[in-house]
Design a protein around this ligand. Structure first.
Ligand code: 5RP
Length: 215
């Protein structure tokens, strides 16, 4: 699958334009995108990063990392996903960076999602849905998620997000109405962000292959 990830990432470079500040996601697919972006480092203003991991990789290539507050609205955001349905709704957060990813997606005019074919599904939910939670609310949120969805929340033990929070991965979901579930889970006190990107889905999905498919 890593070849497919690389092919998707390299196709996404076609959306980068001179002078841009590029929003950059997190994960192994995005790592290929960052490596390809290195060739553009003197042509772009820099990048807004969604994680410490991506920041380190961007900096290792000499790409300037810009704070979102200073950057303002972005024209382009490139990120991976754990699952993608035919309406370009996504599950994200396998790398625990969902909150910052969601913020950057919201700030961006165009969200290009880069995936390998294994991420394409008809119905979201086979991949456990990540939810970032304030630590003191972990048990409360788990109980409420169980009651609300019937899914089984599992604490991602040992993982602390870049924001100092914890992750609950919700198993055994079949998410037929992703927007409604995103809105409902967002209402639980203690939830910081839900790894469903339905209210703000991807605009373009690139599926890695020979040639890459642009949806
Ligand atoms: C990180 C994410 C990633 O985009 C998602 O987990 C996909 O990762 P990869 O490209 O390594 O398969 O949402 O929080």
């Amino acid at each position: 699958m890593s070849e497919a990830k690389k092919l998707a990432a390299e196709k996404a470079i076609e959306y980068v334009e001179d002078g841009m500040i590029v929003g950059v996601g997190t994960g192994s697919t995005v790592a290929y995108f960052i490596d390809a972006l290195a060739a553009w480092k003197d042509r772009i203003q820099g990048a807004v990063s969604s994680s410490e991991q991506s920041t380190a990789r961007l900096k290792s290539h000499g790409i300037e990392v810009i704070d979102l507050n200073a950057a303002g609205p972005l024209s382009l955001y490139v990120d991976g996903a754990d699952e993608c349905d035919p309406r370009k709704h996504l599950i994200k957060g396998g790398g625990a960076a969902l909150t910052r990813e969601k913020i950057i997606a919201e700030a961006s005019e165009r969200f290009i999602c880069i995936i390998d074919p294994s991420k394409q599904v008809d119905v979201l939910g086979k991949f456990p849905l990540p939810v970032e939670v304030i630590p003191m609310a972990r048990s409360l949120v788990a109980r409420e998620i169980l009651e609300l969805t019937g899914g089984q929340p599992v604490w991602r033990d040992g993982v602390v997000t870049d924001n100092g929070n914890v992750i609950l991965d919700v198993h055994n979901l079949a998410i037929t109405d992703p927007k409604a579930m995103e809105l409902a889970l967002n209402q639980i006190p203690g939830v910081v962000a839900v790894g469903l990107f339905a209210r703000r889905p991807a605009d373009v999905v690139i599926v890695g292959g020979q040639p890459p498919q642009v949806l």
